[in-house]
Design a protein around this ligand. Structure first.
Ligand code: IPD
Ligand code: CA
Ligand code: CA
Length: 267
């Protein structure tokens, strides 16, 4: 196994197990407001520390970029670990058991390693660039659903950027005419892992951050899917507007969405 994947898995499992234990002890959870409609807990922060410690033990010189601590610049800035210690914090605070740890390793701006761990189901999604994606050691292949008809599309509401509400609802209305149904699970990392696993056929969301999707993006690609922005381009790292699925589904979603995009969403 790739040595960095071994460390990513160790970190994801240790943090995930801590989160799952904390889930059983609601009194130990302190919830703080963060930005518009967002939350962070002491558990997010502790899980992040656990991950940082595991990485630094093996790779003290690598850069680490995390949601809660920001950037820890290492001597080797060409290797970056991008971490969301708890993706699905709102679910976690509501005791809705759907959340995950997400860890990606980027070397020279290309994602090489991905690990997403759902501690409640003991599901570990992993990918190494060029070597495929796996769930608990079994190879993942994205379902080749090529039509929007019958497709289940996962999405997230723009709850932190409500200026996009009207455009978002228009996109949903347009897609809903063609697809079978939608899912809003509350965890981007798991949404993308589920695209890779064929549990949903496509995904889109406005304004994501790198730690939300970096690991999931590699999983989707290594399972045979593609990831683009809302016009089929590659600007999602900057815009955070992300679309994922099989190449044919993504192409069809892009076509349907075009007429509904406001200017800021055209990238
Ligand atoms: C959030 C979740 C949610 C998505 C938000 C993310 P967090 O991440 O993934 O599904 O809709 O855009 O910010 O805050 O729980 O790590
Ligand atoms: Ca997140
Ligand atoms: Ca988070």
């Amino acid at each position: 196994m790739h040595p960095m994947l071994t460390i990513a898995i160790r970190a994801a499992r240790q943090a995930g197990n801590f989160i799952a234990k904390s889930y059983e002890k609601p009194d130990s959870i302190e919830i703080m407001a963060k930005g518009q409609n967002g939350f962070v807990t002491n558990i997010d922060k502790k899980a992040e520390q656990i991950i940082i410690e595991v990485i630094q033990k093996s790779y003290p010189t690598h850069t680490i970029i995390t949601e809660e601590s920001g950037q820890i610049l290492g001597e080797k800035n060409d290797i970056q670990w991008v971490i969301d210690p708890l993706d699905g914090t709102t679910n976690f605070t509501k005791r809705l058991p759907h959340f995950a740890v997400s860890i990606a390793v980027r070397i020279n701006d290309r994602t090489e390693i991905a690990a997403i761990y759902n501690p409640m189901l003991n599901e570990l999604f992993t990918a190494v660039r060029g070597q495929g994606a796996q769930l608990n050691g079994y190879r993942l292949r994205l379902k080749n659903n090529n039509e929007l008809e019958g497709a289940i599309i996962a999405t997230g509401f723009p709850f932190k950027a409500k200026q996009h509400s009207a455009a978002y609802i228009n996109i949903i209305a347009k897609l809903f005419k063609k697809c079978a149904d939608f899912r809003r699970t509350g965890s981007v990392a798991l949404d993308l892992a589920y695209v890779a696993a064929g549990r949903v056929d496509g995904f889109f969301e406005i304004g994501l951050k790198p730690w939300d999707f970096m690991a999931g993006e590699l999983l989707v690609r290594e399972a045979g899917g593609i990831v683009t922005d809302f016009v089929g381009g590659h600007n999602y790292l900057t815009s955070g507007n992300l679309l994922a699925g099989s190449p044919r589904i993504v192409k069809k979603m892009v076509l349907e969405m075009q007429t509904e995009l406001s200017d800021p969403l055209k990238s």
